[in-house]
Design a protein. Structure first.
Length: 128
């Protein structure tokens, strides 16, 4: 597993969690992620305000989504604090503070049943 820890720039304020979540969802949709679900988890846990869960068709697409999100989120001033997993493992997690992004392969998403765990069927936003 690889992880990245990004130094925090305290001089530049980050955009709100809501703006981050919507930006990341739009970027994921543009790069053709499937089964995108944006969930408000702020009342369930203190780890983040939103989870963005999506499915990619293969490791190459997971990597492409990862790169697109890093560039796109950086362009709005959102900091990537940590990344866990890898495209080859079928599950990549990106922590932007108030937003946590999960990029799954289809098999891995089904295996871990993340939709049942975080109730993504009642998501704020879903894109097929």
């Amino acid at each position: 597993m690889r992880h990245i820890t990004t130094p925090i720039d305290l001089e530049t304020p980050e955009p709100s969690s809501w703006i981050q979540a919507n930006t990341a969802a739009e970027l994921a949709y543009e790069i053709q992620a499937r089964e995108v679900a944006l969930c408000d988890i702020s009342s369930w846990t203190a780890i983040a305000d939103y989870f963005l869960v999506m499915t990619a068709d293969n490791a190459r697409q997971i990597s492409a989504i990862d790169e697109t999100l890093i560039k796109g989120m950086d362009s709005i001033g959102a900091h990537l604090y940590r990344r866990e997993g890898s495209a080859d493992s079928g599950w990549l997690v990106m922590d932007f503070g108030g937003l946590v992004v999960h990029i799954f392969s289809s098999h891995t998403r089904t295996y871990y049943r993340v939709d049942a765990l975080w109730n993504t069927h009642n998501a704020l936003l879903t894109m097929q």
